[in-house]
Ligand binder design. Structure first.
Ligand code: UDX
Length: 468
């Protein structure tokens, strides 16, 4: 048997280390943020390879700012596979393991349960739950801990709201800190760690804290599905969703954020948390109808673009389609629930050949894409010879594709902008036929047409009717 990757807590003198269990996005970034705040941090993970890489300063994912913090705080943050390095030495331990959807739609809590099982009897610890769990989980875990004689473990729900791509910024600049606990002293111990960040604190019972996270994510997903449906109606009536969203968003009761239509939300949180909240409500006998629609709209949105393409290209059999962007959003290499995967599978099913590009996603993605897909290193190479290109992820570098010459390199210069990233007129000026989501098409020919003469319109218009 190989020796466990144990570590000796280093840390600043006199300060107790903070423990982290699970070094995914939430765990690693939380640990690095606490190190940035001056705490010694010990991170525990079951994945030996990941721990070995982290000890060598290598992050297991692409996330802006993480490499820099790892390099700067190498002496303050340590990594281990040994639970005894965390449970015992650390008065506060954050649990940040993943809770993926299980086959029934409920969150799979097996990793959380494994952490609870690893807490030795007699441990004095505040266990701060950051993993997203169904409301009621904290109560069940507390009951289980008491039943197994581990009375020194005090449970706090401290949900995390970070976004991938801006995780470091989000953790260091939270808009609120939510703390659910039965024991106010336990909540205070966690609050003290985050106090230097100056965010408002919502202190409440455990179930309410758990619900805040699920409700916040479900609401944001609802906003996206709502604006996606508005975009689809805009398509039907010839309105421009960019203007509609701006006009809506200026109302402070609505707000401008999360009103960007596109080809559906993805990622590790929204799809899972919306499904989990729907399932949680269902298990309690309540049918959360709205969330069923939010999920359905999102699924249809990923496929809708295939219809757009077929309308313009006719049969997709034998067509070459360039997919620009594979990650579920810019700033990350995360492919979980990415719209690109569904879109690629649908296009391949229609007989299209795919050429794909992403600035950070590695070649391993080819295993998840249809056979025969070609991945290129430069976005411009994806366009060459393609019958259409689809902007799937709004990486800023795709703005640079709007330059003379590239449209001409395509078999047909059809640019389907699935994220409304590119300025339509700039695209048309560069020779592309631009098709967006909920926005009028912009074609090179249309720009060349003579402007509308208002005098002519007036001459053609029917005479005003008296009394109107
Ligand atoms: C989300 C929540 O924002 C965060 O608070 C929570 O902790 C985890 O889940 P994340 O999944 O990292 O964060 O990304 P986010 O920026 O919220 O985007 C999620 C998805 O929604 C992406 O696929 C994105 O493209 C999509 N989206 C977002 C839209 O389609 N339109 C929008 O207006 C905003």
């Amino acid at each position: 048997m190989t020796e466990p990757l144990t570590t000796t807590p280093v840390g600043t003198s006199g300060t107790a280390p903070v423990g982290i269990v699970g070094t995914g996005y939430v765990g690693l970034v939380t640990g690095l943020a606490l190190a940035e705040l001056g705490h010694p941090v010990i991170c525990l993970d079951v994945d030996r390879a990941k721990v070995t890489a982290l000890r060598a300063g290598q992050a297991p994912f692409h996330e802006p700012g993480v490499d820099d913090l790892l390099a700067r705080h190498g002496g303050r943050i340590t990594f281990t596979t040994e639970p005894g390095d965390v449970f015992g030495p650390c008065p506060v331990v954050f649990v940040t393991v993943d809770t993926p959807p299980g086959p029934s739609g409920d969150a799979d809590l097996s990793r959380v349960e494994a952490v609870v099982a690893a807490i030795p009897a007699g441990t004095e610890v505040v266990m701060a739950m950051k993993s997203t769990v169904p409301a009621g989980t904290g109560r069940r875990i507390t009951r289980h801990l008491r039943a197994t004689g581990r009375h020194g473990v005090r449970y706090v729900s401290n949900p995390e709201f970070l976004r991938e791509g801006s995780a470091v910024h989000d953790v260091l600049h939270p808009e609120r800190v939510v703390l659910g606990a039965d024991d106010p002293a336990a909540a205070d111990a966690v609050a003290a760690l985050w106090a230097p960040l100056g965010a408002p604190v919502v202190q409440c019972d455990v179930a309410s804290a758990e619900m805040v996270k699920l409700a916040a994510n479900a609401f944001l997903a609802t906003k996206i599905s709502f604006v996606n449906e508005i975009a689809n109606v805009c398509d039907a009536v010839g309105a421009d969703v960019a203007t509609v969203a701006r006009g809506m968003g200026l109302d402070s009761r609505i707000g401008a954020a999360f009103l960007n239509p596109g080809i559906g939300y993805g990622g590790s949180c929204f799809p899972k948390d919306v499904a989990a909240l729907k399932q949680l409500a269902g298990n309690s006998g309540y049918h959360f109808q709205l969330l069923s629609a939010v999920i359905e709209v999102n699924e249809l949105q990923k496929r809708r673009i295939v219809v757009h393409l077929a309308n313009r290209l006719g049969n997709l059999q034998g067509a070459t389609i360039a997919l620009l962007g594979l990650a579920f959003k810019p700033g990350t290499d995360d492919l979980r629930e990415a719209s690109s995967l569904v879109l690629a599978a649908r296009l391949a099913a229609e007989g299209a050949t795919l050429v794909v590009h992403d600035p950070v996603v590695g070649d391993h993605v080819l295993q998840a894409l249809p056979a025969g897909t070609v991945k290129v290193a430069r976005a411009a190479d994806a366009l060459a010879g393609a019958d259409a290109a689809i902007v799937v992820t709004e990486w800023p570098e795709y703005l640079e594709l709007v330059r003379p010459g590239l449209a001409a390199s395509m078999a047909r210069p059809l640019l389907v902008d699935g994220r409304n990233l590119i300025d339509p007129e700039a695209a048309a000026t560069a020779g592309f036929e631009w098709v967006g989501v909920g926005r009028p098409d912009c074609l090179p020919d249309a720009l060349a047409e003579p402007g509308l003469d208002l005098d002519d319109v007036e001459a053609d218009a029917p005479a005003p009717v008296a009394g109107r």
